[in-house]
Write a protein that binds this ligand. Structure first.
Ligand code: M6R
Length: 624
């Protein structure tokens, strides 16, 4: 939530900052702001309400601001409504102009995260004569930095150190001091921030895509650490103010991966990237030697000996990543003979449960920064439980803190609604299920299962060839009020994801129900013309779910049914059948989800909505 960028070098900062913010707008788009300074001159602050294009226009694409050092921010509001006054950057001085214009203050800065004790700190600062113009926790933070800077007169790093021991919460904080014109300073705890350095220039960002076109060499700043950044150089410090060494990481992602590449929306591009990124992810872990194929987790660091020690698996995640867990549990239980529990990270982190010592906690996260998932990971680690992360963003907090990390090769995912990262997570879970089953001696047909897994990307392409049919269907339902998704077992898990895709981008109310539960209450909502989408991919449950769909149909529902080619003939029962290619039923979710992603997408487009940046949402939820 919230995107931060910073630049210091020999070029004009504003256009670079705006380009970086454009790549981070998926993190928040309530308002945006920028500050740039040239040498000793006061920094200029410009803020606008709404999406980034307003700021781009107001600054004449950055040309209106002169200076080679600056920072920018795109906001997802937490404290204080979206407004120009609450937009970042914030300044330490007592200003009356909503913090915009030339900054006469010592400190100007931006922040991503939440300061939990901001009210107590605000009262303290007011006692010291500070006046506040915004409702944000960030303004408190900036004023606190100013207070310690002036009180101790020991320099920016010490002022930051004093500040961060005083605040509770999470922050990626970026500040400029009037007295240090050729420097930017940062501090971080539990909110993402990377620093890239390249031949005389330095870049700061919340996420990799913002700086990919400038450099792929980045540093990750740790929790409760600070950095002093000048043109082409960065020095890191711990809380004691001592210098610390960091290793540079090279990012493999291609800059083009973060562009729309001719598609109207990132979401459509990312839906189409699924066959390739799923193939890449499978090939990362499935090794072929002659005709023999095996799953090799040596890069993850998980040995067969480790695997035999686990008797329970907890899968913990949020949103779509939780849906991956919901689907994978059936596969892990059936193939690997494990006890599996799937938990929402926001619930799991506060449960007072006793986790058995021989458990494995699997955290699934695209961003690797989701606050609840990170807290759940830390809670499990504190209890001495082994943790394995499935993460897309290299070097993210969850990836670094888990005992083991299995990376997905999804590349940058920009659309708020996840598609390709979800699909990569799912095949990682399938690979884990197979590997665990083999190691535990409960798998006979390993080779066949691997062949089935490897056939998924090609079959995904086939599903995508049929997208016009879904587009046509979506055009009929653009005024739908409610949509119900029903299925059993793996099909239920597919429904959960299909329903979330629908509601988050089309704003149509939708619910996913275990088909057998409809009669326990929800069926009362079915009226003439209500769309009910059933997934019917599991042989042993097909007839049961179809009966539940027919019960809805006899109460007026219009039925869409998803199944696989040649397996069942649903034409006579449902109004709109959708077929996907056949694959082993454990893995069919990888194919059956695609028509549902497309349906959500086309409905959103037909309703004229902002597909990639749905209201009230942000890509990476780094606050509770
Ligand atoms: O980055 P993460 O995978 O941890 O994010 C988890 C959820 O916030 C995410 O899956 C969210 O539900 C998506 N917007 C769904 O499309």
């Amino acid at each position: 939530m919230c995107g931060i960028v910073g630049y210091i070098g020999d070029k004009q900062a504003a256009p670079i900052l705006l380009q970086g913010l454009a790549k981070l707008e998926y993190r928040g788009y309530d308002s945006a702001g920028i500050t740039v300074r040239e040498g000793e001159k006061p920094a200029e602050v410009v803020k606008t309400i709404g999406k980034l294009h307003n700021l781009i226009e107001k600054t004449d694409e950055g040309r209106a601001l002169v200076g080679t050092c600056g920072i920018g921010h795109t906001r997802w509001a937490t404290h204080g409504a979206p407004s120009k006054t609450n937009a970042h950057p914030h300044v330490s001085g007592n200003c009356t102009n909503s913090g915009s214009g030339a900054v006469e203050s010592e400190v100007v800065g931006v922040h991503n995260g939440i300061i939990e004790n901001y009210q107590e700190l605000k009262a303290k600062m007011e006692r010291h004569g500070y006046k506040f113009y915004s409702e944000t926790d960030t303004e408190v933070l900036i004023k606190l930095v100013d207070y310690y800077f002036k009180k101790y007169k020991m320099g920016p790093i010490d002022a930051l150190a004093k500040t961060i021991v005083r605040v509770r919460g999470s922050y990626a904080l970026v500040v400029m001091f009037a007295d240090y014109p050729d420097r930017i300073f940062v501090a971080r705890k539990d909110s993402p921030m990377i620093i890239g350095v390249n031949d005389g220039e330095s870049f700061i960002a919340s996420d990799v895509p913002a700086i990919l076109s400038h450099t792929r060499n980045v540093y990750y700043i740790g929790n409760l650490e600070m950095a002093e950044i000048s043109a082409g150089n960065v020095d890191f410090y711990n809380l004691d103010g001592d210098r610390i060494e960091k290793e540079e990481t090279h990012i493999e992602w291609d800059a083009k991966a973060a562009e729309k590449g001719g598609y109207e929306h990132f979401m459509m591009k990312e839906i189409h990237e699924q066959p390739q990124v799923v193939l890449d992810t499978l090939h990362k872990y499935i090794k072929e030697e002659g005709a023999a194929k095996t799953i090799d987790l040596s890069e993850v660091g998980l040995t067969d000996e480790d695997i035999t020690k686990f008797s329970n698996v907890y899968i913990v995640a949020c949103g779509s990543a939780w849906h991956v867990g919901m689907e994978a549990q059936y596969v892990l239980e059936e193939l690997g003979d494990f006890q599996v529990r799937v938990e929402l990270a926001s619930e799991f982190r506060y449960r007072k449960n006793r986790l058995p010592a021989d458990s494995l906690v699997i955290i699934i996260s695209q961003s690797g920064e989701t606050a609840d998932s990170l807290a759940a990971l830390r809670m499990a680690k504190d209890k001495g439980i082994t943790t394995l992360a499935i993460v897309n963003v290299v070097g993210s907090s969850i990836a670094r803190e888990a005992d083991y990390c299995m990376y997905t090769l999804g590349g940058p995912e920009i659309s708020v609604a996840t598609t390709k990262a979800y699909s990569c997570q799912l095949v990682c879970m399938f690979m884990l299920a197979l590997k665990f089953a083999v190691v535990r001696g409960c798998m006979e047909d390993y080779g066949n299962y691997l062949d089935e897994l490897l056939s998924i990307p090609e079959k995904m392409n086939k599903v995508l060839e049929d997208k016009e049919r879904i587009q046509w269907f979506a055009s009929k339902y653009s005024n739908a009020r409610d949509i119900f998704f029903i299925g059993r077992g793996i099909d239920y898990a597919i429904c959960l994801e299909g329903s979330l895709k629908m509601k988050e981008i089309s704003y149509i109310h939708s619910e996913a129900y275990a088909a057998g539960e409809m009669k326990h209450g929800t069926i009362s909502l079915i009226e003439d013309g209500t769309l009910v989408i059933g997934t019917l991919t599991q042989s042993d449950l097909y007839e049961k779910t179809l009966s539940n769909m027919m019960e809805c149909k006899s109460r007026g529902a219009y039925l869409m049914g998803i199944t696989s080619y040649g397996k069942y003939d649903v034409e006579d029962s449902v109004n709109f059948p959708v077929y996907v290619p056949k694959v082993d039923e454990h893995f069919i979710g990888s194919l059956a989800i695609i028509p549902l992603q497309l349906l959500g997408y086309y409905l959103s487009v037909s309703r004229g909505l902002d597909v990639d940046k749905p209201r009230n949402l942000a890509k990476s939820v780094t606050v509770e």
